[in-house]
Structure formats: C-alpha cells, structure tokens
Design a protein around this ligand. Structure first.
Ligand code: SF4
Length: 417
C-alpha cells in the first residue's frame, strides 16, 4: 500500500447530520446515489435511510426538474447523511438546490459549460459554504464536431496509450473548467473523471492526481450489473486506493444501490481503510473434498449473523481439515466440516463436534455467546496466539476413513515404501 496522496480538504454536512471531510486527513468515504425520483419525498428518504444504514457516508440525488429541487427542502430536514445534488444541463437546478440547503453540488463540464452560468453556481456555493464536484464522464465529454481530427490531435498527448485521446480530453476539460473556479478563487472542489473502462479510470485518476491537489471522487461509470460491475470497479478503485489515490468512492451498478454501498464498504474494509462494524466472514470455495452442503450453510450463516451480530468478529466456515484449522486459528469463531459433521472452535478452543444439520444452530449460538462475552469485557476480539491441533482427518471427522476401510483407497504411512 502506498502512502495516501496529500490534497486539499472540503467539508460536507451541517450541524444536524454532522460534518464529513473529503480529502486531507479524512478517512475515505463511501457514496451512493438514489435510484428513485427525488420528488417522491417519502420514497427518496426511505432509500437515503436504507443507504445510510448500509454504510453510505454521503448520498447523491438527481434533480432534473424543478419539482426535484422543491422536494430537496423537505429531504434536507430529514436526511441522516450529507446530500449531494446531481445537476446536468440546467444550471438553475444547482442554484435551486443550494437554496434548498443541499450539502454539495455536482456539475458536469460536458453539459454545463457557459461561463456566466458556472460563475453563478460558484458564487451561490461560495455564499452557502458548500463544495462542488466537477464530474467529468467519458460518455458526456466526447466531442462530436471534427471527431476524427480532434481524436488524433488529443491522442498525441498520451502517445501509445490506447485511449490517449480520451485521457487528454478528460484532462483538458478539467483544466479548462478549473480555470473558471480559480478565477473566482473558489477551491472547495472535488474532482472525478469516470469511464466504464477500468484501465482508463486508473490512468485518468493517476494523471489527475499528479496535476491537481483537489480531493478525488473515484468511480467506474456504467459498470453494468453487480456481477461485472463489481470486478471493473474493484479492479480500478482497489488499484487507485492501494496507490494512495482517492478520497471518496462510489461504486455504481445497474442494480439496487444498497449493493454499491455494501461493496464500497467491503472494499475499504479489505484495504484496512475502514473498521468493520459487523462480522467478517471467511469461507472456503469448496472442492472435491467437501462432505457437507457448505454453500447453503455459508449463506445461512451470513444472513443470520449480519442481523444478529454487531461486534466485528471474524467467523470462518471451512469445508474440511485441509485449510480449516489454519483459518480457524485467525478467526474468533470457526467451523470446519468433515463427513456430515462439523467441529466448532471459539478462539482456538474446541467447543463442539456436531452433525451437519446442527452446525448452523450451534455456530450461531457460539457467535451470540461470544458476542455477549465481548460486550461484557470477558473476551477480546482477534485474540492471537491461538493454535489448533487438527483432528485426525481420516478418523474423527470420518473423512476418508470409510474409504480406507472399504479398500477404495490405500492408507499411506509416511516413511513406509
Ligand atoms: S477447506 Fe477443504 S473443502 Fe474447502 S477448499 Fe480447502 S481443501 Fe477444499
């Protein structure tokens, strides 16, 4: 992991929702965007609450129409997290959103470029003391006039890069736009430069990080469904964050935005940039050694523990004795399975050996009881120095023994030839 890039800091929020820094020494935050109409106030607030509960630090809402900015005034009274108004085409929506008390504005240089209009938005944000994100998107900045000629000209800036012209135009647009902000002496700025191409996202943010000292909002746009989108997003955002680049992230999927938040939070936790607030579940992928229905077990464990466990304990659900003991040593509560049975450990102490149909109930009971001990100060999370002596894989768990007895496989004794 590279040291985090130093940059300016902006603040979003207010006395009621609290103030959150983006950039500087602030932790990397997670954002998402509502998928419902902003003017349907109750539905919009319900989604904002759902996203906040999933771990979103900031939520963005679209304000394409006057009725959306009108609804913002009420939304601002009830939201639990800072709200960003996403403005395209109509600069007046930005002015109305500021008037409604929004915490940040997002402008797209690809569709609001009139200098006087941008100046009006800058002045309004300056008076309200709120930042502006300049969000360049590959899809909305492509120049259609003299396209081929421009592509060749721009491509020359990053010769050899397969999307050099796009990289150049993204940076040129940003530079042009930032000049307007600099002339107004307005520096409460966050930058984003998104594309659906993960490699372009990595290169664009890396280049921007070298050129500007504003905080960066990372994202891969139009990433698709969660299945493909998560891979594109984690490839790009994970690389950038590991390289010390990025101050706030938004993963975007063509799906329920709660998944965006869940995956954004998991990414930050995986990179040790955020502390976990619930369980960390470890599970093996299974292989030809598996002798229980591990996939169902893992799903059930995840579903139940997510709602019942609030302390960040590590839980391992492993298929067999090959990797089970190793993972169990690092986990607070663990099970590794054998032939229709499971052995359960709590911080290295073996507490049960149960039939397959009893594994879930027993594991959940141990997790709950361990949580109570943690909350009472009787145990410590992540206790190290745990050593598990693996059970005899062909004996106690039954795995393999029956095969040897039946003559299906030959028992191998080390040293015997
Ligand atoms: S723990 Fe066992 S069952 Fe799971 S993948 Fe490893 S070897 Fe296979």
């Amino acid at each position: 992991m590279q040291e985090r890039r130093t940059c300016r800091k902006v603040t979003v929020g207010d006395d009621r929702v609290g103030r959150l820094g983006i950039g500087g020494d602030s932790p990397v935050s997670v954002q998402s965007m509502c998928s419902v109409f902003t003017h349907e106030i109750d539905t919009c607030l319900a989604e904002i609450n759902k996203l906040a509960a999933a771990g979103a630090d900031i939520v963005r809402v679209a304000v394409p129409e006057r009725k959306d900015t009108e609804a913002l005034a009420e939304i601002m009274k009830q939201t639990p997290v800072p709200i960003v108004a996403d403005v395209h085409f109509h600069y007046k929506r930005a002015l109305e959103a500021v008037e409604a008390g929004v915490h940040k504005i997002r402008l797209n240089p690809g569709n609001i470029s009139d200098r006087d209009q941008v100046n009006e938005v800058i002045d309004a944000c300056k008076s309200a003391g709120i930042p502006i994100r300049i969000g360049v998107n590959e899809g909305s900045i492509i120049e259609r006039k003299d396209k081929q000629k421009r592509m060749e000209e721009l491509g020359a800036y990053f010769e050899g890069h397969r999307s050099g012209h796009l990289l150049a135009i993204m940076i040129a647009k940003l530079e042009e736009y930032l000049d307007i902000f600099a002339e107004r002496d307005f520096h409460d700025v966050v930058i984003s430069a998104k594309s659906m191409d993960a490699t372009l996202v990595i290169d664009a943010y890396t280049e921007i990080a070298r050129r500007f000292d504003y905080p960066l909002h990372l994202g891969v746009t139009h990433a698709g469904t969660r299945e493909t989108g998560s891979i594109r997003s984690i490839a790009a955002l994970g690389t950038l964050l590991a390289n010390g680049i990025g101050d706030t992230i938004r993963i975007s999927y063509a799906s329920d935005p709660v998944y965006e938040v869940e995956d954004g939070v998991e990414l930050l936790c995986s990179l040790a940039m955020r502390d976990r607030t619930g369980i960390e579940l470890i599970a093996c992928p299974t292989c030809g050694r598996i002798q229980v229905d591990l996939f169902t077990l893992v799903e059930e464990v995840k579903k139940t523990l997510e709602t019942e466990i609030t302390v960040p304990m590590k839980v391992a659900v492993m298929g067999c004795v090959v990797n089970g003991p190793g993972e169990a040593e690092g986990a607070d509560v663990a099970v590794f399975a054998g032939n229709k049975r499971g052995i359960i450990y709590v911080q290295g102490e073996r507490v049960a050996n149960v039939k397959e149909e009893e594994i879930l109930e027993c594991l959940l009971a141990e997790c709950t009881s361990f949580q109570t001990r943690i909350l009472n100060g009787e145990a410590t999370l992540g206790q190290k120095n745990v050593e598990i002596i693996p059970p005899d894989p062909i004996g106690e768990l039954g795995s393999g023994e029956d095969k040897i007895r039946s003559g299906d496989v030959e028992q191998i004794t080390i040293g015997k030839t």
